[in-house]
Design a protein around this ligand. Structure first.
Ligand SMILES: [Zn+2]
Length: 266
């Protein structure tokens, strides 16, 4: 019977039919509210998930950037050492010229000491250039690998990141649109049933307050407590709102492919 078309003739009949209609509409409302709840959890979790994906990309980027900075530093050090070779070579040449103009042994010894020092400095700087060039070669290889690792993780993660970012961007609209779907069934549920439902939802801060039961599935979905056969029979009648004795969840008949047993067999 479509809601709203039926006018009760007696209060008793109204109550019996209302509960059945109530429960039907309650399930419709419940499904909407579970979806809204899920969306709100997503809204809460998404920023952190997005951040951790960004961090994963950022970590690879930083590793590659650090290597590029190391390369730049090594390049500078190579230039400095090369400059030292040039400077020391010029000084060596100067010292060589002075060798020809010396008059005393003392001068001779001093210039030879200078020459030895310049030669040593040149050797040191040249050795440093060689060493740094080797370091550079290794750094370039490492940087190449780091760039490849960055590209790999970026191409793996970016599509997901874009999807999640778009999802987060549109989630308010989705929550509103989904929540609006609850208005129609909510308006059709009797005050009493609705207040039991709403109070339980409020108390538990979750719409997971309805347990669907039948003779094949007697365990409460929330607390797992098995409902008595008698209780399941009462739930099947859909004439009153029954609660799980274990946790107070609302019991609603589970419509599924398992055929309900006759009460005498239960
Ligand atoms: Zn329960």
């Amino acid at each position: 019977m479509a809601p709203g078309l039926w006018e009760p003739k007696t209060p008793g009949a109204k109550m019996l039919l209302t509960i059945e209609e109530d429960l039907k509409n309650l399930l419709a409302l419940w499904r909407v509210e579970k979806k809204v709840f899920e969306l709100k959890q997503t809204r809460r979790d998404l920023p952190q998930r997005i951040q951790s994906l960004r961090d994963a990309i950022g970590k690879e980027r930083s590793a590659a950037d650090k290597l590029h900075a190391d390369i730049t530093r090594a390049e500078t050090q190579i230039r400095e050492s090369q400059d030292a070779v040039v400077t020391e070579s010029a000084s060596l040449e100067e010292s060589g010229k002075r060798l020809g103009a010396i008059t005393t042994n003392r001068e001779y010894d001093a210039v030879h000491l200078e020459i030895a020092a310049h030669k040593k400095n040149i050797d040191t700087a040249q050795a440093r250039v060689l060493h740094l060039q080797q370091v550079m070669e290794n750094l370039r290889k490492e940087a190449e690998e780091a760039e490849a690792a960055y590209e790999k993780i970026r191409s793996e993660i970016e599509p997901e990141l874009e999807t999640l970012t778009a999802e987060l961007g549109g989630i308010e609209e989705r929550i509103t649109a989904e929540a609006n779907k609850g208005d129609a069934p909510r308006a059709l549920i009797g005050k009493k049933t609705l207040s039991v439902y709403d109070r339980t939802v409020q108390r538990r801060s979750t719409p997971h307050v309805i347990a669907l039961v039948n003779h094949a599935h007697r365990a409460c979905d929330i607390c797992s407590r098995n409902q008595t056969s008698q209780r399941v029979i009462e739930v099947a009648k859909k004439k009153q709102l029954l609660l799980c004795e274990g946790c107070g969840s609302l019991l609603v008949w589970r419509e599924d492919d398992v055929p309900a047993l006759h009460p005498q067999e239960a």
